[in-house]
Design a protein around this ligand. Structure first.
Ligand SMILES: [Zn+2]
Ligand SMILES: [Zn+2]
Length: 260
């Protein structure tokens, strides 16, 4: 049983990689004792992205409206997870200007033209140690924040999921501290939320995205509040490890914003 918190990042069948209905999500939120969920389906703008053209705004909005009426006891909000892409900034801006969302997460899933998992496995096969080669990824995360298009930045150290040899965020702080510091500072300056995403716990990584060392730096820079999410693609994934992560965050002096 989870604490009564809002899960700020969840997927339904309006995402290319989820088959969960909005009803299944809401019922699971209720069963798990969550206060609510923000539905943040994937929206892709680059034609070679696997989910390109899958999202249907009108249908997703309709499903959300239905759920809001069916589950008045839950705080359900309508959001989106946008795959930020430097070549498609004006399309993203235009798309967001013409549509209404309660909450948007900007996530960087690409390094150049490659998707992060493909990039990491290609370089790993070439014997790369990732001590420098993720710089373009983090630089794009900084630009994502500076674009001011989104309410939050998603899963900052997400490439760690694809490393064959497990690393924690100390690795990123040792090799990328300067650029990570810039991302966090820009988020604080611009009022963009940093998402603490618990999905890594489902793949045997014992810390969220971003990991504890990055969150410690965030606190040191003046960060006091984050949004919490599970990035659930299946109903049973809602609220993954929330209790443990909330406890650790509070030990660090960081609170969890409960709703948008
Ligand atoms: Zn994502
Ligand atoms: Zn997601």
């Amino acid at each position: 049983m989870s604490m009564p918190f809002v899960d700020h990042h969840t997927h339904t069948l309006f995402s290319w990689d989820s088959e969960t209905t909005v009803d299944e999500l809401a019922l699971s939120a209720r069963k798990n004792g969550l206060f609510g969920v923000v539905i943040t389906d994937h929206i892709e703008f680059h034609p070679s992205d696997r989910g390109f053209s899958h999202y249907n705004y009108e249908k997703a909005l309709e499903a959300y409206e239905m759920a809001r009426q069916t589950y008045p006891d839950l705080k359900i909000k309508f959001g989106a997870e946008i795959s930020h892409h430097p070549k498609h900034l004006s399309e993203i801006r235009d798309f967001l200007k013409k549509r209404r969302f309660h909450f948007t997460i900007g996530s960087n899933h690409n390094i150049g033209w490659e998707e992060v998992p493909d990039y990491v496995s290609r370089l790993e096969n070439e014997g790369d140690d990732f001590k420098e080669t993720l710089t373009p990824y983090f630089e794009e995360c900084l630009k994502l924040v500076e674009s001011n298009l989104y309410d939050a930045i998603g899963h900052i150290d997400f490439p760690k999921r694809y490393f064959k040899k497990r690393v924690s965020s100390d690795f990123f702080i040792s090799h990328y501290e300067r650029i990570i510091r810039s991302i966090l500072t820009a988020s604080l300056d611009m009022g963009i939320f940093v998402e603490v995403n618990t999905a890594p716990y489902r793949v045997q990584i014992n810390e969220p995205y971003p990991g504890w060392e990055i969150l410690r730096l965030y606190r040191k820079l003046g960060g006091r509040e984050v949004i919490l999410s599970s990035d659930a693609h299946r109903p049973e994934d809602l609220g993954t490890a929330f209790d443990a992560v909330i406890k650790e965050l509070s030990r660090m002096g960081i609170s969890v914003r409960n709703g948008v």
